[in-house]
Write a protein that binds this ligand. Sequence first.
Ligand SMILES: C[S@@+](CC[C@H](N)C(=O)[O-])C[C@H]1O[C@@H](n2cnc3c(N)ncnc32)[C@H](O)[C@@H]1O
Length: 194
Amino acid sequence: MNKELAMFLEELENFGVANDQKITDKSKRMRNVTPETGQFLSFLVTTTQAKNILEIGTSNGYSTLWLADSVIENDGYVTTLEYSASKAELAKRNFEQAKMSKWIDLIVMDAGKYINKVESNTVDMIFLDSDRKEYVEWWGDLSRILKRKGLIVVDNIISHSDELQDFYELVSNDENFKTMKLPIESGLLFLTKK
Ligand SMILES: C[S@@+](CC[C@H](N)C(=O)[O-])C[C@H]1O[C@@H](n2cnc3c(N)ncnc32)[C@H](O)[C@@H]1O
């Protein structure tokens, strides 16, 4: 990662922490992944050589920038979905400031409506970091659009295990998928299509 992007990510990290400490309204909090999770996501993009990445839950684009930094090496791009217009506006500005807009397709709409239209078996990697109540309903489309051997990473499997219980049961009983929980930061759930 170049120094400029590393410094910008640090700036966003500090902004997110300070903002979320003083604001209680969930819709205005950034709720960014930690830098360790960001770094790990970036590492995964490199090792899996993912080209077509879908992120669900952009917020102000912090995790998107970590994903995008590695997808450049793979000659790919990140599509990121955010339904809050104000957060998407922040993300757009951050992508421009980081000079990364070329590798990021920011789509401002409800993720459920978007994934419903995506072609089957076309996505290499999905990072799921959105409204956890929707995951069960989205599973049909998420599993359909992922390529064989593709990877889905779900954040908060440990920190919000109660909210993700139904989703976890659903995916771990899906015979087309292998699952694994990793205790990194808030806990990451990995799913790969057999
Ligand atoms: C935890 S935050 C994402 C944080 C971001 N991944 C990061 O680490 O920088 C979740 C985001 O998902 C968005 N979101 C929630 N439900 C959504 C939906 N149905 N469609 C699109 N975006 C949604 C919220 O507005 C919020 O900005």
